[in-house]
Write a protein that binds this ligand. Structure first.
Ligand code: NAD
Ligand code: DAU
Length: 351
């Protein structure tokens, strides 16, 4: 039995990871530490609530005492750190919590792992700290080229800067203390359970409510999309077999402009739900400040070293995803009631 501390496991990618791991392995125990911020949602974990190998703990990764106690109680083999403030637009309006959770929270986890796993310079056999990072730490690409693991970090938003800060602290613990770590840097994920502040679920929800579809700037910024379960499989492979101290980029060469994504969603909903959902709903709005133009991952290293390949092609994954939100209207209704409307007004009114 291997015991994992998964942080942020009630969020989008974390919950998909917990579900993936518990449905793939019987010899994995997961302690899921999540603060349940606006982005954390226990409904995401309904499928594993009766699974004896899953323990949910509501708490903050910045809480030293709690994190230390969990290490003593569970003797973890792995830490997979998903917990973060994850939305770029929020980071532009309120950067402080990004520095706190993303940087200081990561340091709190690193310290607890070091205390539990290292005795006189010798580390617990097989233990590993995996930091779930992002391609945004590399900054922005022009029309050509890809992010490699050797690309210098050049983050622009408070979000990506806080993630780069966390990456540097993880590297520092590896370099200074020889801590066993990996860092993964993945491109944009899509799939079930994504909070509707992010492009794809936001556009789906707005279409269904006949709200304007806000497209920032000229709509030609490019993101490299990966189905979330493929990301989860990559994290599992890196945790098990990644070379210690290494960074692995994760992406599937699926670059699309934002306007292409928006039009794809409209076309699907127009054909399958309501023919009054049309491109007339598109509204070009003021651009995001410091908006990165293009992201594109070179996944050669993870493919060649670990044999990882994306399994869900974009054309299938996007349909699966739209249909998932149609089939889970209750999930969307619950998440968009309450403070979501306030958030939406604050972000989009006057734009
Ligand atoms: P999310 O916002 O959906 O989920 C974040 C989770 O972390 C939530 O459940 C939230 O409650 C929890 N959390 C926040 N602050 C916490 C704290 N202080 N203590 C404990 N829990 C806390 O985010 P996501 O999209 O699932 O992203 C997960 C991770 O993957 C993040 O580290 C993000 O930087 C990284 N990432 C995301 C993407 C993407 O496309 N979404 C791509 C690459 C990397
Ligand atoms: O690249 C990985 C990153 O992808 C992760 O590290 C982040 O946690 C995740 O949020 C995501 O960041 P993005 O900023 O790329 O995702 P978002 O869904 O916010 O935006 C995708 C693109 O769509 C971006 O170019 C901005 C644009 N956009 C977004 C929203 C919310 C719009 O045009 N309109 C919108 O309303």
């Amino acid at each position: 039995m291997k015991t994992y501390l998964v942080t942020g496991g009630a969020g989008f990618i974390g919950s998909n990871f917990v579900i993936h791991m518990l449905s793939s392995y019987n010899d994995v125990k997961i302690v899921n530490l999540d603060k349940l911020t606006y982005a954390g949602n226990l409904e995401n974990l309904k499928g594993v609530e009766n699974n004896g190998n899953h323990v949910f703990v509501q708490g903050d990764i910045c809480d030293k005492e709690l994190v230390g106690r969990l290490f003593t109680e569970y003797d973890f083999d792995y830490v997979i750190n998903f917990a973060a403030e994850s939305h770029v637009d929020r980071s532009i309006k309120e950067p402080e919590v990004f520095a706190s959770t993303n940087v200081l929270g990561t340091v709190t986890l690193l310290n607890a792992a070091k205390s539990a796993w290292e005795k006189d310079g010798v580390w617990k056999e097989g233990a590993k700290f995996l930091q779930v990072s992002t391609d945004e730490v590399y900054g922005s690409l022009g029309d050509t080229g890809y992010f490699m693991e050797t690309t210098p970090l050049d983050p622009h938003s408070p979000y990506s800067s806080s993630k780069a800060g966390a990456d540097m602290m993880v590297k520092a613990y590896a370099d200074t203390f020889k801590m066993p770590v990996n860092i993964t840097r993945c491109s944009n994920n899509y799939g079930p359970y994504q909070f509707p502040e992010k492009l794809i679920p936001l556009i789906i929800n707005n279409c269904l409510n006949k709200r304007p579809l806000p497209v920032y700037g000229d709509g030609l910024n490019v993101r490299d999309w990966l189905y979330v379960v493929d990301h989860c499989k990559a994290i599992d492979m890196v945790a098990r077999n990644g070379r210690l101290g290494e960074v692995y980029n994760v992406g599937g060469h699926n670059e699309r402009t934002n306007i292409h994504i928006v039009k794809t969603i409209i076309a699907y909903l127009n054909e399958n739900v309501d023919e009054t959902i049309t491109e007339d709903l598109i509204k070009y709005v003021e651009d995001r400040k410091g908006h990165d133009r293009r992201y594109g991952i070179d996944p050669t290293k993870i493919r060649e070293e670990l044999g990882w390949e994306p399994e869900t092609m974009y054309e299938d994954g996007i349909k699966l995803t739209i249909q998932w939100y149609l089939d889970n209207k209750d999930w969307m209704d619950h998440i968009t009631s309450g403070s979501y409307q306030e958030y939406y007004e604050k972000m989009y009114s006057g734009r």
